[in-house]
Ligand binder design. Structure first.
Ligand SMILES: Nc1ncnc2c1ncn2[C@@H]1O[C@H](COP(=O)(O)OP(=O)(O)OP(=O)(O)O)[C@@H](O)[C@H]1O
Ligand SMILES: Nc1ncnc2c1ncn2[C@@H]1O[C@H](COP(=O)(O)OP(=O)(O)OP(=O)(O)O)[C@@H](O)[C@H]1O
Ligand SMILES: [Mg+2]
Ligand SMILES: [Mg+2]
Lengths: 255, 255
């Protein structure tokens, strides 16, 4: 059965998509059948994996509304063991269209249950909000991986995120665990980074990934070539960090 | 009458709040009566200006639902000519609660019309999405200032943002103009930054602010002291850049 990991944080620009894309690619090169679900209308995860958005006809939006089967919509990537359930801006409409539908929070969960036997890992990239799309991802997941930028505004939002996770655990998905907090865009020369890192490790203990993702320009260049960092520049500190994150997950240290 | 500027971009973490806080502070020190409206449930603009969130009872949420008057909810800041209409996480609920209300997109506009005679500038910080809260801000504004991080994913979203602005201009607010595109977190040593900057200037011409905001650690440190950069470290490149942005707006070069 697949392990289902939601990559969530309502704070914008903290590295959710970069983590989803590079973690999924790292698991795939370890020959684990992996599916990346893009639940963000920006569809950055699709372009980060080189999917031509103009060639996409149906997306997770059509699957959520019951118009298409997920298996018909899933597309391949340049990496053998990695597939993507794509999104596009239609997904903006899903929030409003699902408002008065039965079980609106559990739609993705039912879809994922139907896919779980075909994959070993399912990674879900979330948009920067705590709205219905993110709640759907948390309802479908076994664990949530929280990318955390070591900055003041990003720290501020952590309490709210934890509260939302607790609410989902109580009301919708009791098996949801906090898989881990991943420090991203880390720059050791920056005071705030070191302060935040200390505070987080004190508060969350071994829930914090040992691997820290450094600020590394290769991670921001790779998407413009439609590649994860391990294809763009395997020797870069960014690519190596995400291989380390995948290793920690494969060894069962998290979640 | 006040000039109303929405700071919008659905891409997360591009410097919307940093721009809203530091621009509003720069206008206030030029002795322009300025109001900052925080339309983001994360309420980062409030903490960036040192507002104690635990002491806030009513927010823009209560004003949007018609429960409170804006003038009763607006609070002072450490800067004489700067006030804030605060937000908090209640605002997450506004999206759903306003769905079936009359004129749901124009609620903020009506509130702002009632305030316009008391201020010279009204700055609206938006959340990282194109949902009802951002549409309300675009409906209320005379111009939209788009902070743009010079990175691939941020560039990808620009087309969608321009489309949404055009839609709002056609359907809801014909007077809305694109006030300008502001390059943020700029690092001249980074290839992508230079490529993006060239592309944007070719495409948008003099709509692009002459001032470019560099990546500057003082901008990310200042919020942890509840201060805009010009109070935290007036000599920093970050504080100086935002004084330059304010200057361009005061001289009428934008919008
Ligand atoms: N470790 C890193 N080093 C350098 N750049 C990074 C790193 N991680 C992410 N980036 C870049 O920072 C920007 C923000 O990252 P990303 O888009 O992955 O965040 P996000 O949380 O998915 O954003 P959103 O909230 O909009 O979904 C992107 O341009 C990305 O390329
Ligand atoms: N020019 C800059 N140099 C260095 N750090 C910056 C700069 N501008 C913003 N930051 C930092 O980058 C992070 C993202 O900026 P900010 O929160 O203002 O973006 P945002 O677009 O408002 O994010 P969101 O989409 O979550 O609302 C913050 O931690 C901020 O302190
Ligand atoms: Mg993303
Ligand atoms: Mg913000």
């Amino acid at each position: 059965m697949a392990r289902i990991i939601a990559i969530a944080n309502q704070k914008g620009g903290v590295g959710k998509t970069t983590t989803a894309v590079n973690l999924a690619a790292s698991l795939a090169v370890a020959e684990k059948r992996t599916l990346l679900i893009d639940m963000d209308p920006q569809a950055n995860a699709c372009s980060g994996l080189g999917i031509d958005k103009t060639s996409i006809i149906s997306t997770v939006y059509n699957v959520l509304l019951g118009e298409e089967k997920a298996s018909e919509v899933i597309c391949a990537t340049d990496i053998e063991w990695l597939s993507v359930l794509p999104s596009n801006t239609d997904l903006i409409g899903a929030e409003i269209e699902l408002i008065d539908k039965e079980g609106r929070e559990q739609r993705l969960r039912r879809i994922v249950e139907g896919l779980a036997s075909s994959y070993e890992y399912i990674i879900i990239d979330c948009p920067p909000s705590l709205s219905l799309l993110t709640v759907n991802a948390l309802a479908a997941a076994d664990q949530v991986l929280v990318p955390l930028q070591c900055e003041f505004y990003a720290m501020e939002g952590l309490g709210q995120l934890m509260q939302t996770i607790r609410l989902v655990q109580q009301e919708i998905n009791p098996r949801l665990k906090i898989g881990g907090i991943l420090l991203t865009m880390f720059d050791g020369r920056n005071n705030i980074c070191n302060q935040v890192s200390e505070e987080i490790r004190t508060h969350f203990g071994d829930k914090v990934f040992t691997t820290v993702v450094p600020r590394n320009v290769r991670l921001s260049e790779a998407p413009s070539y439609g590649q994860p960092a391990l294809l763009y520049d395997i020797g870069s500190r960014g690519a190596q960090a995400y291989l380390g994150v995948a290793q920690e997950i494969l060894e069962g240290q998290h979640g």
